[in-house]
Design a protein around this ligand. Sequence first.
Ligand code: IMP
Length: 193
Amino acid sequence: MIKKIYFATTNQNKFREAEKIFSFHGLKLEHLKLKTIEIQSESLEEIALNSLNQVLSKCRLPVFVEDSGLFIKALNGFPGPYSSYVFKTVGFEGILRLMKGVKDRNAYFLSVVAFGSPNHKPKIFVGRVYGRIALKAKGLNGFGFDPIFQPGNLKKTFGEMEVKEKNRYSHRAKAIKKLVGWLKKGKYFNSKL
Ligand code: IMP
């Protein structure tokens, strides 16, 4: 039976979000600070599976990785799978510039979680949150595009939320809750830590 699950990510914020969900379910999550090379692909699933394989080739552990992207309707889904590169190059300010004067602010975040272990074939969990691109950046919490994304019909951005509140809506929280449900159903965890 698997007792420990590892989240391979160099993003401390992503880990904190996932850890909160695991601990709410009485489960312990370990942080594996392992850097993988992100391949360029139009499919988040392909990117996540590739990075899971890189991790599993380095360590024989029950582990998951997560890849996400911001898809903006008025920009035909851009930056989507290229979100990480776009954030690194032009940041959320670049997105706000592209969206200047654009009335349709609809967008969604997509998260793909890929879990695997030396004894299990990869399993994928997907989470999505619809929302809107704010007119200006708001809030100092979180990371990435958090200050410009308003989930659902809320006026508040992810950047104005604590982790607990963001986890109520976020793409990543939805995918990770599915993973936790699956792990518990399969009795992968001891109920005792
Ligand atoms: P990654 O490739 O999964 O690390 O994420 C792609 C990019 O999308 C990151 O560089 C972030 O800028 C952005 N991103 C992913 N998830 C979130 C989120 O929950 N909030 C804000 N930005 C995010």
